[in-house]
Design a protein around this ligand. Structure first.
Ligand code: UGA
Length: 468
C-alpha cells in the first residue's frame, strides 16, 4: 500500500519506519525541513534504540521523507501522528491535527477512496472533527470519498521498535467497511508475523519468538479513542498506587520490592508497572491524565481516582525532596548530584520530567545542583532555561564534592559506575536511589549511606515503629 505518515516525532517516525520494513511504500511527511533532511540522510529525527539503523537501511527503498504535502494525492492511507500538547487548562491542543486535516483536504485525490487514520492521542470525537475539516477544505464527503479510522499507538519510548513489531494488541476503531478492510490488510504482516524472518536482523533488539501473536481488536471509533486515554490513566493510577504503598512500607518497615513481587504473582494484578519511582512523568501520562480530567469535568463526570493519582504523583516528587532534606538537615549551600534527567532510560525525551520538579524544589530550598544524563541533557536544558544547574558530560563529574547523589533515572551506565571511586569523591556519602536498582549491600560495604524508596536500610521493625 501507499502509506503516508504525517509527523516525524516519536509516533510518526517509528510507525513510518515499521510500515516501510513490512513492505509498504511509506512516506513520512513533516513541515520541519531539518527532520526530513535527517531522515533522508539515514538518521532518526529522535533518539530511539534501533531506529537509526532501521531508517538507514530502508530510506530510499521503501521509506521516504518529504515536506511536500503533494504525496497525499497518491496515498491509500494517511496516518496523522502529530503532537497534541496540553493547553493551559489541561485539554489537548489540536492545532497541529487541524492543520494536518486542512492540508489533507487540499491534496486528497477525489478519485481514490483514502483512509485517514488518527494515530496521535486525541480526545473522543476528534475523528469527526478531522472529517469535517477535510470535507470543508476538499468539498468531498466522508464515507463517499474518504473514510476515517482511529488506531491509537501504544508504543513505549525506549522500546518503540519492540512494541511496534510485536504489539500485544492492535486497536482499530473503524465503522466504514472499506476502512475496516484496508486496516486489516495494512496490519496483515504484524497480525500474522509473516515476512519477519530475514528482516529481524534489522529490528536490532531481542524479542521472544514464542510471544503470542497480537490481538487485533476492531471497535467503533469513539471507543478506540477512549481506549488510549483510559489505558494511560490506568497505568498512571497503578504507579501512583505502588508509590503510595512504598511510602507506607518505608514507614512500617516492609520492603516494597518484596511487596510488589508478591502482588504481581496474582495475574489479576500483573507484575508490570509496579516499579517504585520518584513519580511518573514524561510526554504522555501528564498530558493524557490532564486531558481526561479536563474532559470529565467539562461533562460533569469526574474521574476522582485519576485526580487522586495525579495529586499522589506530585506528593511522590515532594516525598523525594523531603527525604533529602531530612537527611541533609538543611539544603542551604548543599551540593547535590543528580543522575538522570529523562523520565525513564533509553530516551532523550526530557519533556515534563519529574527531574525538573525535583531539581526546582531543591534549588528553591538553597541547594546547588550538578546533573548528568546520557541522552537527555540538551533537551532538558533547553526546556528548563530558568533552572540554575551545572550540566556535566561525564556521570562521574556529578559526584565531586557533593553532599548527596540522587539517582532519578535508571540508565544502565549508572548501574555499572565505579561506586568506590564515587564514594571517595563525595563530601558526605549519602546516596538516594529512587528506583531501587543499585546493589544495597555492596554500597553499604563501600561506606555509603544508601537509601532507596519503600525499603528499610536500618531494618526498623513494625513494633519499634509502634513504640516510637
Ligand atoms: C506510555 C505507555 O506505557 C505507552 O503504552 C503509550 O503508548 C505511551 O505512554 C504514549 O501514550 O505514547 P511512555 O510514556 O513512553 O509510554 O513510558 P512508560 O514506560 O509508560 O513510563 C511512563 C512513566 O512511568 C516513566 O516516568 C516511568 O519511569 C514511570 N514508571 C513506569 C514507573 O515509575 N514505574 C513503573 O513500574 C513503570
Amino acid at each position: 500500500m501507499n502509506v503516508v505518515c504525517i509527523g516525524s516525532g516519536y509516533v510518526g517516525s517509528v510507525t513510518g519506519a515499521a510500515f516501510a520494513v513490512l513492505g509498504h511504500h511509506t512516506t513520512v511527511l513533516d513541515i520541519d525541513q531539518n527532520k526530513v533532511d535527517q531522515m533522508n540522510a539515514g538518521k532518526s529525527p529522535i533518539y530511539e534504540p534501533g531506529l537509526d539503523h532501521l531508517i538507514n537501511s530502508y530510506i530510499g527503498r521503501s521509506l521516504f521523507a518529504t515536506t511536500d504535502y503533494g504525496v497525499i494525492y497518491h496515498a491509500d492511507v494517511v496516518f496523522i501522528g502529530v503532537g497534541t500538547p496540553s493547553k493551559a487548562d489541561g485539554t489537548a491542543d489540536l492545532t497541529y491535527i487541524r492543520l494536518a486535516a486542512q492540508s489533507i483536504g487540499q491534496y486528497v485525490n477525489p478519485d481514490k477512496f483514502v483512509v485517514i487514520i488518527n494515530k496521535s492521542t486525541v480526545p473522543v470525537g476528534t475523528a469527526d472533527l478531522v472529517a469535517s475539516i477535510i470535507e470543508e477544505s476538499s468539498n468531498l464527503k466522508v464515507d463517499t470519498h474518504f473514510a476515517m479510522a482511529s488506531n491509537p499507538e501504544f508504543l513505549r519510548e525506549g522500546y518503540a521498535l519492540e512494541d511496534v513489531f510485536f504489539p500485544e494488541r492492535i486497536v482499530v476503531g473503524a465503522e466504514n467497511i472499506h476502512a475496516k478492510k484496508v486496516m486489516k490488510e495494512l496490519y496483515f504482516n504484524v497480525i500474522n508475523r509473516v515476512e519477519y524472518e530475514g528482516k529481524s536482523i534489522d529490528f536490532q533488539f531481542s524479542h521472544n519468538p514464542n510471544a503470542a501473536l497480537p490481538i487485533y481488536y476492531e471497535t467503533d471509533i469513539k471507543s478506540a479513542e477512549m481506549i488510549k486515554y483510559a489505558s494511560n490513566a490506568f497505568l498512571a493510577v497503578k504507579i501512583s498506587y505502588i508509590n503510595e504503598i512504598a511510602r507506607l512500607c518505608e514507614t512500617l518497615g516492609a520492603n516494597i520490592t518484596e511487596v510488589a513481587t508478591g502482588m504481581g504473582m496474582d495475574s489479576r494484578i500483573g507484575n508490570k508497572f509496579l516499579q517504585v519511582s520518584s513519580g511518573w512523568s514524561g510526554s504522555c501520562f501528564p498530558k493524557d491524565t490532564a486531558e481526561l480530567l479536563a474532559t470529565s469535568q467539562k461533562y460533569s463526570c469526574e474521574l476522582t481516582v485519576v485526580q487522586a493519582a495525579v495529586d499522589s504523583n506530585q506528593q511522590m516528587h515532594d516525598y523525594v525532596v523531603d527525604k533529602i532534606k531530612r537527611k541533609l538537615k538543611t539544603l542551604n549551600g548543599k551540593n547535590i548530584g543528580i543522575l538522570g534527567l529523562t523520565f525513564k532510560p533509553n530516551t532523550d525525551d526530557a519533556r515534563k520530567t519529574q527531574a525538573s520538579v525535583i531539581i526546582k524544589e531543591l534549588i528553591d530550598a538553597g541547594a546547588r545542583i550538578k546533573a548528568h544524563d546520557p541522552h537527555g541533557m540538551a533537551m532538558f536544558q533547553q526546556l528548563n532555561p530558568a533552572l540554575d544547574v551545572q550540566y556535566v558530560s561525564n556521570a562521574i563529574d556529578v559526584t565531586y564534592n557533593v553532599d548527596a547523589v540522587v539517582l532519578l533515572t535508571h540508565w544502565a551506565e549508572y548501574l555499572h559506575m565505579d561506586w568506590s571511586f564515587v564514594k571517595n569523591n563525595m563530601r558526605s556519602p549519602y546516596l538516594l536511589d529512587t528506583r531501587n536498582v543499585l546493589k544495597q549491600g555492596h554500597l553499604h560495604q563501600l561506606g555509603f549511606d544508601y537509601e532507596g524508596l519503600g525499603i528499610h536500610s536500618t531494618k526498623k521493625t513494625t513494633q519499634e515503629f509502634v513504640r516510637s
